[in-house]
Write a protein of this length. Sequence first.
Lengths: 192, 169
Amino acid sequence: MVKVNLLPPKERTKKQVIKENLIAIFLSAIALLLIAGFSALLFFYENSLQGKVKSTQSAIATQQEKNNQYKDVEKVVTELNKNIERVGTLQKQYPKWSNILNQIREKTPVDIQLSEISSPVVSASLEKGEGKKKAPPLILTIKGFSKSQYPIMKLKEALTTLSLFDYVDFESSTWQKDKAKYEFVLKAKLKT
Amino acid sequence: MISYFFSYPLVKKIDESKKEVQSKQSELKALEKKEEELKELELNYRSFQDKIDLLAGLFPKAKNVSDYITQVENAASGSGVFIKTIKISGQTKDNKEVDPKLTQLSKIGDFYELPVDITTEPVSFENFVNFTLKMETLSRFTSIKKSSLKIDTNGVMEGTTNLVIYVLP
């Protein structure tokens, strides 16, 4: 049961005042102890966290040292990847000539004698910019001899079916008296 | 109120420390993960050593023209093609700024190019195609810029191959 003193202060006895003061002091002491205890708890917790930070930092340093042992491998692999990338880029830059020549050879009828497969010189016309180069379109000149016009047209049509070229144009066919054959010229634009 | 003033700075510090621990731990985890990756990389690296050496040979650190010409000669003899001329078409830059190892080269991006022109006398069209194929698959990376084949009035075949090889100093 809670006892409430409803008497005015002047009516309270000295004994009662002392008792109340003692209770107040006791309660204050408990409150202070609780605060101090709580603060100490927080302090220790903070200290343990700081310890954790330090131990993690030293673990990071050890791990970094471990990882540094692989630096050489990493460097070689990076260089390797760059080289693979370079090969890919360079392979796209120029046509695969063995394939072009081989396909032309395969499509050439037996009654045609090829005398020239050439293209204009590529050098200064290369566009240079930011380390990348773009080759200009290549137009192949295909020359040869044939006894009649039909095999020439057959060759032209056969070359047109190849995926190598954007187009194949017939340019000329001239009778060569000394050879008793037509000398023809075809132009084919290589796909870029 | 007193408790608040006592504990607030500590609570704030604890929060900061917690965040720091979290970030350090995630950093550590990332490093550990990287170590695993690097270990795997090292294993792969050792098992692919031959391929790595092969790739390194594609882009040597010096011109090594002698080695290259030997490779070209082997390609020619292996495909029945006679080499008439080999010409380095890069110009020699005679100035102090040019590294003596890098004369005749042109810098393109992160590597140097050395242009080479080769004139050959193949016995047949097929021989020339084989030669071109061998040139494209040399152990040093070769870009064939242009390839031409002509038969002169005497019926002699002449092949021209304009190519570039690369140097990565």
